[in-house]
Design a protein around this ligand. Structure first.
Ligand code: PBG
Length: 328
């Protein structure tokens, strides 16, 4: 017998061969682009903690969504920074609230864009927690009705998908019921089902002005030590009517993405969060890493773990790099 009989290198010899046997693909259609809309701004403002990302005025965000769509990114996730905040986050369900207006602008400028809205109270409450307070505790059940109101007002404004990120128990069921009663039975829910209490959200809280004024989010977001618990969260959210589920963050939780993928057949989305983005940008700016190849490898890893789609601030850049055919 000549040695070696098997030579895995045979299938790596040319770009065409490598493409033929590639097991995982990254497509522009897999990407969801998060956008921050600030009701108080007149022109876009770069976010210091997230180089290359902006807070957009309500009208300008529509142009950015249209540009992204022209570049092949057809789905956006909206976060609102309201004009004012209060104890219950009531500026989040105004008919002319910041997200509600942004949806209308985006739908006008770019009708084909799929608009997903983040549903949570933390950007709209003075205390920055994701639910209402009773004393210094975040009250679960008293928050459900407020989240449902917010989700319903997003659906009324034209949101295609609502995505609750608050981590209150029972919120998917509460939102599903409110949507159904109001005639929005066709609006899907993308649940942030396994959302961990994570240091990787640091840059986002700067961007959205949503850092908690006291304490932290460990009494409602998941403990990074747990993975089985993520499977329970996912199954409960699906039982309450979630159409799609999310694991967040992505990189430190690839095992969770894999386990959820193996357990359920619902579409699975992973969130490549702000801290994961800013780490790459900082390393690339320091000349330590090549940005396009690093981002590609990260996003491929998340897909290989089992995600169907990825929410990522790199979306427009990645779409451009893919269209340029960099890696064929
Ligand atoms: C709102 C929310 C957060 C993120 C998405 N929705 C922040 C948080 O939970 O503190 C984080 C996104 C990111 O870091 O990119 N609850």
């Amino acid at each position: 017998m000549p040695f070696p009989t098997t030579r895995p290198r045979r299938l790596r010899a040319t770009p065409a061969l490598r493409a033929l046997v590639a097991e995982t693909s990254l497509r522009r259609e897999d990407l969801i682009y998060p956008l921050f809309i600030d009701a108080r701004l007149r022109r876009p403002e770069e976010i210091p903690s997230m180089p290359g990302q902006y807070r957009w005025p309500i009208d300008a965000v529509a142009d950015e969504a249209a540009r992204a769509r022209e570049g092949g990114v057809g789905a956006v996730l909206l976060f609102g920074l309201p004009e004012w905040k209060d104890a219950t986050g009531s500026s989040s369900w105004l008919e002319d609230g910041v997200v509600q207006q942004a949806i209308a602008h985006i739908k006008r400028a770019s009708p084909g864009t799929l608009v997903i809205t983040d549903v949570c109270l933390c950007e709209y409450t003075e205390h920055g927690h994701c639910g209402v307070l009773e004393g210094d505790k975040v009250a679960n059940d008293a928050t459900l009705d407020l989240l449902a109101r917010q989700a319903l007002s997003h659906a009324r404004a034209g949101a295609d998908i609502v995505a609750p990120s608050d981590m209150m128990d029972g919120r998917v069921g509460a939102i599903r019921a409110a949507l159904d009663v109001a005639g929005h039975g066709d609006t899907p829910i993308l649940s942030y089902a396994a959302k961990y209490s994570s240091a990787f959200y640091g840059p986002f809280r700067d961007a959205a002005g949503s850092a908690p004024a006291f304490g932290d989010r460990r009494s409602y977001q998941m403990d990074p030590r747990n993975a089985r618990e993520a499977l329970r969260e996912v199954e409960e959210d699906l039982a309450e009517g979630a159409d799609m589920v999310m694991v967040k963050p992505a990189l430190a939780y690839l095992d969770v993405i894999r386990r959820v993928r193996e357990r359920v057949d619902a579409p699975l989305v992973a969130y490549n969060v702000s801290g994961e983005y800013s780490m790459v940008k900082a390393a690339a700016a320091a000349g330590l890493l090549d940005e396009p190849s690093t981002v590609r490898e990260i996003l491929l890893g998340v897909k290989r773990a089992g995600a169907d789609a990825i929410i990522t601030y790199h979306a427009p850049d990645m779409a451009r790099w893919l269209a340029e055919g960099r890696w064929f």
